[in-house]
Write a protein that binds this ligand. Structure first.
Ligand code: SF4
Ligand code: FES
Length: 252
């Protein structure tokens, strides 16, 4: 089994791909394979990781042309063709180099963000859009006498969105982000909707108005890749469609 890895650093005219024969073992993840690559082939390979348990959101990469978390993706099922995800195609995931998916696992940086080195991308734009939606809890009642109770149904609805770990996998998987670099993107919009849903905040649509702009809710073309690639089961497309519908009915 081989790992084929994208390599780039400042000063190179164009990226190259390095191939490395792996020592396979049950449960080996792409992140584990990258460590092997560093230890046995080239210790200058650069990639981000921290928790190794799908919690910190730092190891998002393009793996076999699908944005995924490296720490959560095992190699053997990939080579057996078991982890296929059918995505709406866009230039970032099109095949541009020779690659045999039955023998090789292809690892590249997340699309739509500038590459700093190898598999490390610059997340500034992603977090700029995240900050734009003002993702902080706001309530009119700052000092309640008692704790704010929520009913289990509300908690369940919110949880779909609070599970986001800001890995930017949906950002790299969204065709619209590739076409329109000013689009706020699925993660920021899902986060904004999460605060709109929170019953401890105001119940009007004022939160939604933050993204009532050309590059906010209205830029989404409903491709749905975001929901398919999210490693935490967050459905940004539902948030975006619900928000757009609420704003439309308010404007009628
Ligand atoms: S919505 Fe999912 S894919 Fe997007 S940043 Fe959050 S956890 Fe990652
Ligand atoms: S290393 Fe933390 S999510 Fe993969």
């Amino acid at each position: 089994m081989k790992l084929k890895v994208y390599r780039y650093q400042d000063g190179m005219e164009s990226p190259r791909y390095d191939s490395f024969e792996l020592e396979s073992r049950p449960g080996l993840t792409v992140l584990g394979a990258l460590f092997q690559f560093q230890e046995q082939f080239d210790d200058s390979l650069s990639f981000n990781y921290s928790c190794r348990g799908a919690v910190c959101g730092t190891c998002g990469m393009l793996i076999n042309k699908v944005p995924r978390l490296a720490c959560r993706t095992q190699l053997k099922p990939l080579l057996r063709g078991e982890l296929k995800v059918s995505l709406f195609s866009y230039p970032g995931i099109m095949e541009t180099i020779p690659w045999d998916p039955a023998k090789e696992v292809l690892v590249e940086p997340l699309p739509h963000l500038p590459v700093i080195k190898d598999l490390i991308v610059d997340m500034d734009k992603f977090f700029e859009y995240y900050r734009f939606v003002e993702p902080v809890f706001r309530t009119s009642d700052l000092n309640p006498e008692k704790e704010r109770l929520m009913n289990p149904e509300d908690v369940k609805q919110l949880e779909e969105y609070t599970n986001c770990i800001l890995c930017a996998v949906c950002f790299g998987g969204c065709p619209v982000v590739g076409q329109n670099p000013k689009y706020l993107g699925p993660a920021a919009l899902a986060k904004l909707y999460r605060f709109h849903l929170d019953p401890r905040e105001t119940t009007d649509t004022s939160r939604l108005e933050i993204a009532d702009i050309k590059n906010g809710w209205w830029a989404c073309d409903s491709y749905g890749n975001c929901r398919k690639v999210c490693p935490k089961g967050v459905p940004p497309i539902n948030a975006i469609e619900n928000a757009a519908n609420e704003l439309k009915s308010k404007k009628k």
